[in-house]
Design a protein. Structure first.
Length: 179
């Protein structure tokens, strides 16, 4: 991206942020209820994020240090076979909190040698089979519903991860590091 385009994109982002802040301030000053609700939701989400992220970063740091590249390559790498997908689903089940908690771990898994399809499986499974979410779902909708949802969704996650990995590998797509 050339410099002029980067400056233009930055100005657009800053303009949108300023517009959002003006909208929220105006909503609270004028009593515009949908805008007030948007502002309160933003505040609650931001507070939750700020409370949770230090613990998340600490856990991710410990994962980076304590789990060796050889362990990841052995269990989630190119030679892991079908068990790699099982390990990815089991690891994804331990994710606590929203899905954005799983993203840094997926990044770490990829850079430690996990196959791309297994990383995709981890992300998909983290979205659908976190233990706290599953317990909550089973208590309200029943164990039968939860079991059927798992039996339908987990194979679809694995199949789509395999298909996406094969497509990206055959097209020669590579993930590049950003500055």
């Amino acid at each position: 991206m050339d410099r002029k385009k980067a400056v233009r994109v930055r100005r657009i982002k800053i303009g949108l942020l300023i517009g959002y802040i003006i909208f929220l301030a105006g909503s609270f000053l004028l009593g515009f209820e949908p805008g007030e609700q948007i502002g309160m939701n933003f505040y609650i989400y931001s507070r939750t994020l700020l409370i949770m992220m230090p613990a998340v970063f600490l856990l991710i740091g410990m994962f980076e240090v304590w789990v060796s590249r050889e362990t990841i390559e052995k269990h989630l790498g190119a030679e892991s076979g079908a068990m790699g997908y099982v390990w990815a689903v089991l690891l994804a089940g331990t994710v606590l909190g929203p899905l954005y908690v799983a993203l840094p771990i997926a990044h770490s898994l990829f850079h430690k040698g996990a196959r791309l399809g297994i990383v995709f499986t981890y992300l998909g499974a983290a979205a659908i089979c976190r233990v706290p979410m599953t317990a909550f779902e089973a208590s309200f909708l029943g164990i039968k519903f939860t079991a059927v949802r798992f039996l339908v969704s987990l194979p679809l996650v694995v199949i789509s991860a395999i298909v996406l990995e094969r497509y990206l590998v055959t097209t020669g797509y590579t993930i590049t590091e950003q500055k």
